[in-house]
Design a protein around this ligand. Structure first.
Ligand code: MF3
Ligand code: CO
Ligand code: CO
Length: 268
């Protein structure tokens, strides 16, 4: 499955070539453009499976493939995680209610390159506490991305995210993490959204990975439901997540999954 581009570090992290950034940008752009278009569909009364059908159609029309359909038995083109669902929510017939907040996560494959991104959406009226959660989660991701540069470590990224979210009296989910990607969906390293400065592998130019913090209003613990996918907060508190795919450059990083419409953050 993996094709031997670039080289591997001692930690087993692939270092891609400068030319490989273009492929990642194409895949990331498609995933982000689909998430832009999905916004018009999100409203009370809409079934999450209708949103997934739209996403599946957009991937097909673009001549791309969904990375999630057929992945470990998963059958949908997106994960849609509503309210206390932390991640891996399965699209279904249940309709959105006024005030629901949801994460929609799309991964596409374009010419063999993977683009993986997710954002938050709101159905109808946004409560103050949900708005604050969404804001903190978004800002935590962007602070993590600001820590991406050669010489920093993965622990620096995790620390930037964790210290900010916890200072806002919210909690960071430990049970799921970001991941390397490129010509494969999930590769080393595990990108933790918590950690201590200076720990973990050192970042090098040419590393491609996701950062995708999940932040809870309550406690960080999660459990997976009997469907073997849906992860929820144990205390039923609201949870939010944003995800970008990035590539390390000589002096920072490029975000592959920037919104072409500039609407990554839903309410700003
Ligand atoms: N896109 C998710 C991630 O960020 C993975 C979803 S796998 C699925 O890594 F099978 F649940 F779709
Ligand atoms: Co991901
Ligand atoms: Co994702």
């Amino acid at each position: 499955m993996d094709d031997p581009r670039g080289r591997l570090t001692r930690d087993g992290i692939r270092i891609y070539e400068p030319d490989d950034f273009a492929g990642m940008h194409r895949a990331g752009l498609l995933a982000a453009a689909i998430l832009d278009d999905v916004a018009a569909l999100v409203e009370p009364g809409v079934a999450t499976e209708a949103i997934d059908d739209f996403i599946r159609g957009r991937v097909e029309t673009a001549g791309a493939r969904s990375a999630t359909i057929g992945y470990r038995g998963y059958r949908h083109a997106s994960c849609i995680s509503v309210n206390h669902v932390v991640c891996h929510g399965i699209p279904g017939p249940k309709v959105l209610k006024d005030g629901d907040i949801l994460n929609i996560d799309v991964t596409v494959i374009v010419d063999g390159w993977y683009g993986d991104t997710s954002r938050m959406y709101v159905a109808g009226t946004l409560s103050r506490k949900a708005e604050r959660l969404i804001e903190v989660t978004h800002d935590a991701l962007m602070l993590g991305i600001e820590a991406v540069r050669p010489g920093n470590t993965f622990g620096d990224i995790g620390h930037a995210i964790q210290s900010y979210a916890e200072a806002q009296r919210m909690s960071i989910v430990r049970d799921f993490c970001g991941h390397g990607l490129g010509r494969v969906f999930h590769a080393p390293p595990n990108v933790l959204h918590y950690g201590r400065p200076g720990t973990g592998p050192r970042l090098e130019e040419g590393m491609f990975f996701t950062i995708e913090p999940m932040v809870n209003l309550g406690r960080p613990e999660t459990k997976v439901l009997a469907d073997d996918w849906t992860a929820v907060t144990r205390d039923k508190s609201l949870s939010a997540q944003f995800e970008h795919s990035v590539g390390v450059t000589a002096d920072g990083c490029e975000i592959f999954t920037l919104s072409p419409a500039g609407r990554f953050f839903p309410t700003r």
